[in-house]
Design a binder for this molecule. Structure first.
Ligand SMILES: Nc1ncnc2c1ncn2[C@@H]1O[C@H](COP(=O)(O)OP(=O)(O)O)[C@@H](O)[C@H]1O
Ligand SMILES: [Mg+2]
Length: 375
């Protein structure tokens, strides 16, 4: 009997940039190997529609429709990866799909006597299984929420498996939102969203430079940090909330960006430099407020698209002089595939009927098996 599962993992995060697909082999001993990957960028039309939804500007019929459209695109991405990898469909054990978040409401809301968090990832898994012909597991977050958690963050489950023991590490993802996992011998694993990652940088790059993002931080490099503006931005109450906490476009959306832009510096390069510094500063400050009181840290491992932004990396090194800053590539894991690989692990455990949430990270009352199945 073979000692592994071949999994196609599908992921698109809050940046709403592209669907990342990764063909990952997970072995019985829980080690993994990336066999191939493929990214399908969202078209401008689709992006526009998804941004409207994520910014709370769509109606129920838009959500209904886009759930199926995104399902089709996720399936297309999986099929293109299968073609690229020249692998037979029969050799793929299952697809694991995160879906596309369009709404995430971690704070419990109350109506009558029902008090609960909520979240919505679209890209229907029935569409994916039908259009690929492969068992699809997905839509992980609702199960954790129904167990009293925030349905996020889920990636720490994989961080715990992937990274070797021995050092106290922070696994710092910088996607649309920035989020950190604390892996330390001194305390139980915990994790939280630090704040906006690339989301505000992307917004202002789009608005001021007509570009989707600041490649390698080249634009930020040309500006200066406006500390007056920065100090105003740091007053955002989210940064001081105690973990567990998670956030998304419900807070750091286009309205938020336009509001803060009212007191922005005149130079558009300074806007990008300051917002980029804000990303690094809120990450470093969250360590000082919530992590260093609990444990000493040896190294930070950056991942996600923001790990390619050299200016964020340099600011972090400057703000955290005593900590070694690495990226996932130092562990032979492509930065941009890390979250995809994490969802392959969640699928692997769901497939084996084993629990795959971490209550100390999500705030759930118990361990549960997250994931819905479509055959
Ligand atoms: N070479 C690069 N230089 C700077 N930023 C980058 C680079 N590549 C990707 N990014 C940033 O990373 C984002 C995508 O990161 P990703 O990890 O996919 O986030 P998400 O999980 O939110 O989709 C892009 O929107 C962009 O801001
Ligand atoms: Mg992405």
């Amino acid at each position: 009997m073979k000692n592994y599962k071949n999994i196609i993992s599908l992921m698109s995060g809050t940046s709403i940039d592209a669907i990342d697909a990764c063909l990952v082999r997970i072995y019985n001993d829980l080690t993994f190997k990336v066999i191939d990957f493929y990214s399908l960028s969202y078209s401008e039309n689709i992006k526009k529609k998804l941004f409207e939804l994520a910014n709370g500007k769509g109606c129920v019929s838009d959500v209904c429709y886009m759930n199926f459209v995104v399902g089709e695109l996720f399936a297309k991405c999986a099929n293109l990866l299968i073609e690229k990898a020249k692998i037979k469909k029969e050799d793929i054990d299952f697809i694991s799909s995160h879906g596309q978040t369009v709404c995430h409401l971690p704070e419990k809301q109350e109506i009558d006597s029902v008090k609960i968090s909520s979240t919505l990832q679209i890209g229907d898994i029935s569409v994916i299984s039908q259009k690929t012909g492969i068992l699809t597991i997905g839509d992980y977050r609702p199960k954790d929420i129904s167990a009293g958690g925030q349905g996020a963050p889920l990636v720490p489950f994989a961080d715990k498996i992937i990274f070797p023991r021995g050092k106290n590490r922070l696994i710092q993802n910088i996607g649309g939102i920035s989020n950190v996992t604390v892996l330390s011998q001194d305390c139980e694993i915990f994790a939280f969203d630090n704040g906006a990652g690339n989301m505000l940088i992307d917004y202002f790059m789009n608005k001021l430079f007509n570009k989707p993002y600041d490649k390698n931080g080249e634009t930020a490099q040309k500006g200066n940090v406006d500390f007056n503006w920065l100090n105003k931005l740091l007053k955002e109450p989210y940064y001081k909330l105690e973990p567990p906490k998670s956030t998304g476009r419900e807070l750091f959306n286009s309205d938020y960006a336009e509001k803060i832009y009212k007191s922005a510096p005149a130079s558009k390069y300074d806007v990008i430099a300051t917002i980029t510094y804000l990303t690094a500063k809120t990450i470093a400050q969250s360590y000082i407020d919530f992590i260093f009181p609990k444990t000493k840290i040896d190294e930070v491992v950056l991942g996600g698209g923001g790990a390619y932004n050299l200016v964020i990396k340099n600011y972090l090194a400057e703000l955290l002089p005593d900590i070694v800053i690495k990226t996932h590539e130092d562990y032979s894991i492509p930065n941009k595939l890390k979250e995809c690989i994490a969802f392959a692990y969640l699928g692997y455990f769901a497939f084996n009927k084993q629990t795959n949430n971490i209550p100390s990270c999500t705030g759930a009352d118990e361990n549960v098996i997250m994931g819905k199945f479509s055959y």
